[in-house]
Design a protein around this ligand. Structure first.
Ligand SMILES: O=C(O)c1cccc(C(=O)CC[C@H]2O[C@@H](n3cnc4c(=O)[nH]cnc43)[C@H](O)[C@@H]2O)c1
Length: 296
């Protein structure tokens, strides 16, 4: 299983639940607006490699093969020669030898970077002869109120590109109505049901947007267009496109950090959401272990 998160604190929240190696996190990343790329230091790649960062203990596709559940304890940031602070932007959290053949990556913020990072990780694994059988887009997100309260968990029964299309005098047209592309991906229904049962997550559409909703009017428009939408975030559709292109099923799990609506940074509850993400992923493990991708 490949879990694609956007930022290091999300990776750590997931990796902590799964008991896989994680690097020290930068808890300030979600507040560092205005920098060119607040989430990843220069010289690093999206999938665990680190260009020109010798000695930082980079976990590249090539060295993922040696990591397993058994060596969690022995391969922490410290003994890989790394300073967690220095390399917190790297994405490699490797445990491809475990029961779930698991890797948690920081795929970056936004659909394009998330797609590119996910595609790289999938391709690297396939070339090594150890393809993933499931991709999960995971992280925090905005919740449509009152259905997805802050601190709750949402699992996508549809992953929808909500603003991929054209604006016209008569309203928004999705790319599908322009005659190309796709705007939705459907995770396996049975798996969604099992995840919802095990974690208490609400199942509904999760929208992928390029612009975070910041007004009540925009929230209402999105909800009108997508009545089953529970949450919005910025990566799910990109991750799904990459997974589906390689024939791998995809899930999206979002912990709600803020309401979708008028911009109000004071209303953000990132630690609560990260805690919900950790708790949710802890409960998810048995589901994923017992799930057979041919179930549906
Ligand atoms: O400055 C703001 O008003 C603002 C509001 C929401 C999110 C941001 C971010 O920069 C975080 C983007 C990051 O977090 C996910 N996320 C969390 N909440 C939302 C949301 O309401 N709408 C869309 N994305 C959200 C997203 O997936 C990114 O990874 C700034």
């Amino acid at each position: 299983m490949l879990v694609a998160t956007a930022v290091p604190v999300e990776r750590d929240a997931v990796a902590g639940a799964l008991g896989v190696l994680s690097l020290e996190s930068d808890t300030s990343v979600l507040g560092t607006a205005g920098r060119a790329h607040p989430f990843r230091p220069s010289g690093t790649t999206a999938h665990g490699g680190s260009r020109g960062a010798a000695g930082l203990g980079e976990s590249s596709a090539a060295d993922r093969g040696g990591s397993s559940v058994a060596d969690h304890g022995g391969s922490g940031a410290a003994d890989r020669g790394g300073s967690g602070v220095a390399d917190h932007g790297r994405s490699g959290v490797a445990d491809r030898g475990g029961v779930l053949g698991l890797q948690v990556i920081v795929a970056g913020v936004g659909s394009a970077l998330a797609a590119a990072s996910t595609a790289s990780a999938l391709t690297a694994a396939a070339l090594q002869g150890t393809p993933y059988d499931l991709v999960v887009s995971a992280g925090i997100g905005g919740g449509f109120q009152p259905d997805a309260p802050v601190g709750s968990l949402v699992v996508a029964d549809e992953i929808v590109a909500a603003d991929l299309g054209a604006e016209t005098e008569d309203g928004f047209l999705p790319v599908t109505e322009l005659g190309f592309g796709t705007v939705r991906h459907q995770p396996p229904g049975e798996l969604v049901r099992r995840v919802a049962d095990a974690t208490g997550a609400r199942a509904g559409a999760v929208l992928t947007v390029s612009t975070v909703t910041g007004t009540a009017a925009r929230a209402a428009v999105l909800r009108e267009r997508h009545p089953t939408a529970l949450a919005e975030a910025m990566e799910g559709f990109g991750v799904a496109e990459a997974a589906v292109a390689q024939g791998v099923p995809v899930l999206e799990v979002r912990a709600i950090s803020n309401p979708v609506g008028p911009r109000d940074r004071a209303a953000w509850r990132i630690p609560d959401a990260l805690a919900a993400l950790t708790e949710g992923f802890g409960k998810l493990v048995p589901v994923l272990e017992s799930w057979n991708r041919h179930d549906s």
